[in-house]
Structure formats: structure tokens, C-alpha cells
Design a protein around this ligand. Structure first.
Ligand code: BGC
Length: 759
């Protein structure tokens, strides 16, 4: 079999030891393992295969619609030929489906229900990229735990989240679903979300199993085109792509999902190297691997398998344990075992992992425990959930520009004009992957502003133009208004009436998400034209951006006084945005992803390599002749209504060795007039290494709240663990040598110091 083979050294040292100690799937309980043995002994090959089959339910479709009729599906449930279902929702529906299995199948192994709960179930939190801009791990853990509570109350046991694909290309539509371009940030945020979903006890009916996806490389799709080929070498694969997954495995995430893409000629779904050698081998992971929707069957169009029989063989040998809607395992595995093409032990291993998760969830004790209609009623959209959604939403807002302190807006203004296709949009703030959010249920920006000012300030509203048009849904292409400017005149008149104009522009919710790749990342439709016309009559424009990917805002940046990045903030979007616009909340968000000057810079990320030609006055260096190579707004960037001053870095020593620790301290002062919160970021550079290292890499951060005039010392600890990377020895270790440590408020504006490390 063609496989990407590399010598692996079995070293397994937790990278995120302090965060990663939730007891879970990797701690084998001898009693549970013994019970699994007994069940396996009773199972026929067909029943084993059944556990490895996942069917879509009759609700949402998040992949190609299935061709199987519900009568056949029902019969398969009765026969014990299906182990899991996705998209079956509500306490009632899950109870019904569970009943079919419990009352008819021979072994009565409970069904496992999965669903894409990406940023909330009914109460919507910011899309993951937006929420990541809060850099607030506790808040993200809380939002995941609320999502889990609502999901579990609807009878669902398992979310296909978090997505921890490092993603660096703004063209890729699924960039909204992760934590951006940095491996470390993806790792710590992924772990926080896993802890939030899973809590400390998976059997608790307020928690659900999480899923680290997509394993691996999905975010590196060439040219930002979804599902496209990925070509990376070992260093990038390990240090950038796999690092967050390693952290997720260590944190005890209950499941993994593989990915649609190939890497180096091998589709991930059939990659023994990724799934067996690394995940289940070197990392010693004990949960199970679900395929992505149909990805086992897709081995055929990939040109890697001739037919379903070969696809099934390749996937099961490689370590894909459950077939999501691929209809391959149900056809191929039994004959493959009977013909002795594959060993039945492969099925035993997969089924053992799946049953382990079902045991951890407590389903063998009570298969109906999650399906409780009364709890469902009490929990969904609870007041406390909406309050938490508003809080995390405002923490996720990033202030990108604030010339002449236009913001915060005063409530003493006579009037404010609000313009833009997204200004009174109650749907787009819900983002894509919105689970069970009710259509048009978000607080719009216009409503948020009205709530904030009451009758004190006159609000003049004009939409100006449409953006997305027609019916919008998960699988349908979105139509954009590229021509109709008939609303411009009204908007221009409204703009003349007030001192300040708040313009709400950006993307429709259905411009990002699965399959929503774009070649352009500017304001689409007639939005730029509308902005051009408005600034002609009123230069005092505050641009509120709503979007799921970094946009090219080079032109708007030249035209407006203030820019507020609000992503898709969820149910409470408008209220959270108004909190920031009027200063009830001092913005503290920082970009988890670089904003480029133009699409030609993509993929753009701060943690690049130096190259052999980093700078020169000549043309012969690694840059562009028509653009700066730097971001317009760099990773980690975000302003506040106050200002912070960083002192010099002090080190506890200029060198350290072995297991010693180095302390790095900086003084931070709030030099402005209001209280504020700063995220102090620590970056490292390993100057010479056995594999070239990035010019800087985020390795830690701390959030510090300061009153006006207040100074605090902020201290970080660096150990050998902080310096680790996947070296030329093919293992994670720190190498001796010279390092730079950099501290500051974003990846560009940093103070630095040097130290030496000796093994
Ligand atoms: C996506 C997954 C998702 C699955 C189930 C696929 O198309 O890539 O991320 O979990 O569908 O909805």
C-alpha cells in the first residue's frame, strides 16, 4: 500500500500539560474495558460493522443528500446495522430513534447522536474565528459549556467541534470555523472548547462529547479552494498543522474526524501514517475516528481506490473507525472479513473505541438520559445563556482604527445615521453553521443602537442596498446584489443629516462556511460604491464590519475614521456592538488572523520563515514589487479606548538549562483616561535550529486589566517545553542555542530580549 512513511520515535510529552488534565477517554477503566470485551464476544461481524456506520437523520443535510428511503433506514436501525446518527434533533426525535434500536435490535447497543454544534445550539455565540478574537479562554470554555447544555438537552450526545485546522488563507470559506492562523492559539482555544463541551464528566447530562477536526491539513487547501489538495512537508505538518491536534488528544477529546483532503498524495481518510502511526500510535489516543461526510466513498474520485470494496479496506486499515454517510463500510467490511482480506481484529479495535465513548457518555446505563423534553424546554435560550452570549460577543470585537477618538460615540449626539445592507440584518449575525438558531433571531446593529440610546438620540436609518439576495441555506449558492443601487439616494440624504454615520458592511452569513471559498476578499456587491458615496457627503464614518474571513479593507481604511471588526457575533450581536460603540464596554479583542492589504498576499500569516532573502534595497529579495509584504492589520492587533505602554523586558537570567525555568517580566501601564484590558503576547524566535523556525511564534499570552494610570508587572515563565518543536530527530524537543523573546500588544509592535538555552 502507498503510504507516507517516516521513522517515528515514540515520545509523548504533553505540550499543554497545565491545561490538558481533564480525565477522559485516554484513561482506560478496567471495568469498562472488561464490559466491552464481553459485548465484543457476543457480536457478529455484521453487528460490529453496524457500530461503525453513521447515518444522517431526517432533519438538516450538511452534505450530499442521501438516497436511502426512511423505511430501509428504520429496518437497519432495528437490525442493529447503524451505530450512530447525525442531524437527529430534539428530545422527542432522539428518544424515538433510540427506542427503535433498544426495542428491536438483538444486542440493544444505544445509538450515538451527533450534530454540528459549532458556535451554539439555539443560543448563538460568535462564530469561532470571531470568538477567538477575545483571546479569553474562560469565556470560550463557558460558551462551549452552554452550547453543550442546550445540545444535550435536545437529546444529542456529540458535537463535531471544535475545528482546530490552522487556516491562513482568507479565501477559504471555512476560515470562520477555527481559531485562525496560529498553531498555539488553535491549540489552547481548542483545549478550552473541548473542556467546555465535555466538562469533567462525559456522563453528566449537561455535557457532550467533542470532536477534534479535520485530521488533517484541511485548512491548508491550495489556493483557499475548499477540499483542494494539500502539499506540506514534515516540519509544517507537525509544527503547524498537527500541534493543535496533539493538544486535543492530550486533553482527552472523545473523538476525532478525518478530512476530505489529501496530503502528499494520500487522502487523510486512508492515511495510516496520520491515523494509526501518529494519532493512535505515537500519541496513544484511545477515542475513535469518524470519517468526514462521505470521505471514505470519496477515495474513489480521489483516484486512490477503485471501488467501495477497496475504499473500505484502505480506510479501515488506516484507522477510520466510523463511516459518516459514505455507505461504504456497510457494503464492504463484512465481505472483506469473510474473504480474509482484512483481519476482524481491525473491526474489534474500531468497535471497542466507539463503545468506549458510549460507555463514557453513560448510554449503557440509560440510553434515554439525554432525551428529556422538559429539560429541553427549560434550557434552550435561557436568560443566562443570552447574557453570556452578549458578554463573549463584546469581548470578541476588535477595534481596528479610531482616528481622533471618534469612538466611543456620545449619547449627547443629536442624531446618528445608520446605513448598510447589514445594519438591520437580524439573520447574518447568526453566521453560518448556526445549528438550531431561529431565522432572523439576532439583535441587529440598528436594534442594538436603539436599545442603547433609547429616545435620547434621533436615529436615521437607510439600508442603501442589498447584499445577499433570495433564499439562503447551507447547501445553496448565495446570490449577491452587484447592480441595484436604487437605495443609494436615500442613504446619501440620511448621511447628510447627522454628525456621525455608522455604516454596517461586510459579508452575508452565507459567504463563509463550507464550500464558500472566494477568489476576492473585498467588500462584495455594491458596498464599496455605497461607502464611497456616503463619505463624500459625511467624512465622519464609523465602519462596523461583519464578516467571517479577513477582508481586504485597504480602501475603506483610507476613507473612514473608525473601523470596528465584529465578525458574526451571534444572538446578541447588536447589543454587544452597541456596548462597544457607546463605550459601555472598552474593546479588548485582538485579531486571531492577519488582515492583508490585498488578496494577492494570501496565504498571509505572521509566523513566516525568514527565507534566505529577508530584505534588501534591490528587487532580489522575498517581497512584492506592487505591494508591501506586511499585513494591513497584523495578527494579535486590536486597539482600546485607552492606551498601554510597555516597559523594557527583564529576564531572570540570560541563559538557562535542562529543566530550569526562565522568568520574563515586563511592566505595563495604562496611560489613558479609562480602564481597559490588554492581552500581553509572548513570541519566541529560535535563531538557529535543525529545522528552520518562524521569525516569531506565539507561545503564551496573558490578559491584564488596568485602571487609568495603573501599572502592573506581567511575568511569564519559559521552560524547555516552551521551546519545543518537531526537530530533525523527528521528535518534540527543545534544542540548545540562542533565542529571542518578544513581548507586546500584537505580532508587529514588540519589545525584545535574548537568552541562551542549554539542554
Ligand atoms: C463537514 C464536517 C461536518 C460534517 C457533518 C462535513 O461536510 O466537513 O465538518 O462535521 O459535514 O455535518
Amino acid at each position: 500500500m502507498k503510504q507516507f512513511k517516516i521513522v517515528l520515535i515514540a515520545v509523548f510529552a504533553p505540550l499543554f500539560a497545565s491545561e490538558a488534565q481533564t480525565k477522559g477517554i485516554n484513561d482506560l477503566d478496567p471495568v469498562v474495558e472488561h464490559k466491552i470485551d464481553s459485548i465484543l464476544e457476543l457480536m457478529t461481524v455484521k453487528e460490529k460493522v453496524g457500530q461503525m456506520v453513521q447515518y444522517n437523520g431526517s432533519f438538516d443535510v450538511t452534505g450530499a443528500p442521501s438516497d436511502i428511503d426512511s423505511k430501509t433506514k428504520l429496518q437497519k436501525l432495528k437490525n442493529g446495522e447503524v451505530g450512530s446518527m447525525l442531524n437527529v434533533l430534539t428530545a422527542e426525535a432522539t428518544r424515538e430513534a433510540q427506542q427503535v434500536v433498544m426495542e428491536n435490535s438483538r444486542l440493544k447497543i444505544p445509538l450515538l447522536f451527533g450534530y454540528d454544534v459549532i458556535h451554539g445550539y439555539k443560543t448563538m455565540f460568535p462564530v469561532p474565528l470571531g470568538e477567538s478574537a477575545s483571546w479569553d479562554l474562560d469565556a470560550m470554555e463557558l460558551s462551549a459549556s452552554i452550547a453543550a447544555k442546550e445540545t444535550a438537552a435536545a437529546g444529542v450526545h456529540w458535537t463535531f467541534a471544535p475545528m482546530i485546522d490552522v487556516s491562513r488563507d482568507a479565501r477559504w470559506g471555512r476560515i470562520m470555523e477555527g481559531a485562525g492562523e496560529d498553531p498555539y492559539l488553535n491549540a489552547v482555544i481548542g483545549v478550552a472548547r473541548i473542556k467546555g463541551f465535555q466538562g469533567s464528566d462525559l456522563a453528566d447530562v449537561a455535557t457532550i462529547a467533542a470532536c477534534a477536526k479535520h485530521f488533517a491539513g484541511y485548512g491548508f487547501a491550495e489556493a483557499g479552494r475548499d477540499y483542494n489538495t494539500v502539499n506540506v512537508g514534515t516540519s509544517e505538518l507537525q509544527n503547524a498543522i498537527l500541534m493543535p491536534f496533539k493538544a486535543a488528544a492530550e486533553a482527552g477529546v472523545a473523538t476525532f474526524m478525518n478530512s476530505f483532503n489529501e496530503i502528499d498524495g494520500v487522502p487523510s481518510t486512508a492515511s495510516t501514517y496520520l491515523q494509526r502511526d501518529i494519532l493512535k500510535g505515537v500519541w496513544d489516543y484511545k477515542g475513535f475516528m469518524v470519517s468526514d461526510w462521505g470521505s471514505i466513498a470519496e477515495l474513489i474520485p480521489h483516484g486512490y481506490a477503485e471501488d467501495k470494496m477497496q475504499a473500505g479496506e484502505l480506510a479501515v486499515v488506516a484507522g477510520s473507525d466510523m463511516d459518516m454517510e459514505g455507505r461504504v463500510y456497510e457494503e464492504a467490511l463484512e465481505p472483506l472479513v469473510n474473504e480474509n482480506t482484512i483481519d476482524e481484529a481491525l473491526l474489534d479495535d474500531a468497535v471497542r473505541r466507539i463503545l468506549r465513548v458510549k460507555f463514557h457518555l453513560g448510554l449503557f446505563e440509560d440510553p434515554y438520559k439525554y432525551s428529556d423534553a422538559q429539560r429541553e424546554q427549560e434550557v434552550l435560550l435561557a436568560e443566562a445563556h443570552l447574557e453570556a452570549a452578549r458578554d463573549i460577543a463584546r469581548k470578541s470585537i476588535v477595534l481596528l482604527k479610531n482616528e481622533n477618538s471618534v469612538l466611543p460615540l456620545s449619547k449627547a449626539l443629536e442624531s446618528i445615521t445608520v446605513i448598510g445592507p447589514l445594519a438591520d440584518d437580524k439573520d447574518s449575525p447568526l453566521g453560518n453553521w448556526r445549528a438550531q438558531a431561529d431565522k432572523n433571531s439576532a439583535v441587529s446593529v440598528l436594534e442594538g443602537i436603539q436599545n442603547a440610546v433609547g429616545k435620547e438620540v434621533q436615529i436615521n436609518y437607510a439600508k442603501g442596498a442589498d447584499l445577499g439576495m433570495g433564499e439562503r441555506s447551507f447547501l445553496m449558492p448565495l446570490e449577491i446584489n452587484d447592480t441595484d443601487t436604487s437605495g443609494f439616494a436615500k442613504a446619501i440624504e440620511a448621511a447628510k443629516k447627522s454628525e456621525v454615520v455608522v455604516m454596517v458592511l461586510g459579508e452575508d452569513a452565507f459567504q463563509t462556511g463550507e464550500g464558500r471559498s472566494q477568489t476576492g476578499i473585498q467588500l462584495r456587491g455594491v458596498q464599496q460604491e455605497l461607502l464611497d458615496e456616503v463619505v463624500k457627503v459625511n467624512p465622519n464614518v464609523v465602519l462596523v464590519l461583519m464578516n467571517g474571513r479577513p477582508l481586504d479593507i485597504s480602501k475603506p481604511n483610507e476613507e473612514v475614521s473608525a473601523i470596528v471588526e465584529t465578525w458574526f457575533l451571534g444572538s446578541q450581536a447588536g447589543n454587544a456592538i452597541a456596548d462597544v460603540l457607546f463605550g459601555a464596554y472598552n474593546p479588548s479583542g485582538k485579531l486571531p488572523i492577519s488582515f492583508p492589504r490585498n488578496v494577492g498576499q494570501e496565504p498571509l500569516y505572521y509566523n513566516q520563515k525568514n527565507t534566505g532573502r529577508p530584505a534588501s534595497d534591490m528587487v532580489t529579495y522575498s517581497g512584492y514589487q506592487d505591494s508591501s509584504r506586511e499585513a494591513l492589520f497584523p495578527f494579535g492587533f486590536g486597539l482600546s479606548y485607552t492606551t498601554f505602554e510597555y516597559g523594557a523586558i527583564s529576564l531572570s537570567a540570560s541563559e538557562f538549562s535542562g529543566e530550569e525555568k526562565l522568568e520574563v517580566t515586563i511592566e505595563l501601564t495604562n496611560t489613558g483616561a479609562v480602564a481597559g484590558k490588554e492581552t500581553v503576547q509572548l513570541y519566541l524566535r529560535d535563531l538557529v535550529a535543525s529545522r528552520t523556525r518562524p521569525v516569531k511564534e506565539l507561545r503564551d499570552f496573558k490578559q491584564v486589566s488596568l485602571k487609568p494610570g495603573e501599572t502592573k508587572k506581567v511575568t511569564f515563565e519559559i521552560s524547555a517545553k516552551t521551546l519545543e518543536f518537531y526537530t530533525a530527530n523527528n521528535t518534540w524537543e527543545a534544542e540548545s542555542g540562542s533565542f529571542k523573546v518578544m513581548l507586546g500588544s500584537n505580532s508587529r509592535d514588540l519589545k525584545e530580549a535574548s537568552f541562551q538555552y542549554k539542554k
